[in-house]
Design a protein around this ligand. Structure first.
Ligand code: NAP
Length: 247
């Protein structure tokens, strides 16, 4: 059945693969981005031509900006002629460095996007979910939030933080029929990790049981499962998609 989906950060990497996957499943999709307007416009055009009976809209919208997110949700609901059914909090950034070298800015920016952005995205739809007694929230965390990672104290903090949010919110809203789950990807080949090359990449590959990096669509398919009725009794969980990196 066609659902109305909101995805943050739909222009690249995991978010873009998720947009493709859920479009292919017959859904209407509203996605945000931060800078990539050209990619967003192309994607909306491509999907609108491929799936003429579905709606696709995109907006430049910083996840950490309450007013922008609320306005976008309003615009999406008008365009879909209905409320959002599924929200996927995917937008995220890294500001890597050893703890001792990190600046206040490295902490503030990442907390703003990865934690506050997730909170604001969920808040922009939660009241409607509660009124309808229905809704599905999926949060993109990271294996760094589960197991920690060298050079990523700030990033791990945010990704562990949103795991706490996932579990606590699942307990609060489960009685209203709302599910909240997270995925924790490992090393996925996207722009976010494109600078990890050479010896450092080899070291990662050595630690990954499957001896390869993951592809964005391998994460998108798990997110798609969490959006489906096949996962109807799963809530408050963190599904690791890391090829065995954290074993
Ligand atoms: P990516 O290729 O860098 O894409 C990030 C997406 O988020 C882009 O669409 C970007 O928009 C958007 N975005 C960034 N900041 C934003 C903001 N403030 N407001 C709205 N949109 C914003 O990243 P990715 O690798 O696909 O990562 C997606 C998610 O997976 C992140 O939460 C990341 O932490 C998590 N993750 C990734 C990996 C990995 O190995 N790649 C592993 C674990 C977890 P623009 O195109 O406009 O910049």
């Amino acid at each position: 059945m066609k659902k109305n989906v909101l995805i943050t950060g739909g222009t690249r990497g995991i978010g873009k693969a998720t947009v493709y996957e859920l479009a292919n499943k017959g859904n209407n999709i509203a996605f945000t981005y931060n800078k990539s307007q050209e990619i967003a416009d192309k994607l909306v055009l491509e999907l609108s031509q491929k799936y003429p009976n579905q709606q696709f809209i995109a907006n430049k919208c910083n996840v950490a900006n309450t007013m922008a997110m609320e306005q976008f949700v309003e615009q999406a609901c008008k365009s879909f002629n209905g409320d959002i059914d599924i929200v996927i909090c995917n937008a995220g950034i890294v500001r890597d460095g050893l703890f001792i070298t990190l600046t206040d800015n490295d902490w503030e920016e990442i907390i703003d996007t990865n934690i506050k952005g997730t909170y604001i995205t969920i808040r922009s739809v939660l009241f409607e979910f509660m009124k309808k007694k229905k809704g599905n929230i999926i949060i993109v965390s990271s294996v760094a939030g589960v197991a920690g990672n060298y050079g990523q104290t700030n990033y791990s903090t945010t990704k562990a933080g949103i795991i706490g949010l996932t579990k606590s919110l699942a307990k609060e809203v489960g009685q209203l029929g709302i599910r909240v789950n997270a995925v924790a990807p490992g090393f996925i080949s996207t722009d976010m990790v494109k600078d990890i090359e050479g010896e450092i990449k080899e070291k990662y590959l050595d630690r990954i049981a499957l001896k390869r990096t993951g592809q964005p669509d391998e994460v998108a398919k798990v997110i798609s499962f969490l959006t489906s009725e096949d996962s109807s009794y799963i809530t408050g969980q963190v599904i690791q998609i890391d090829g065995g990196l954290s074993l």
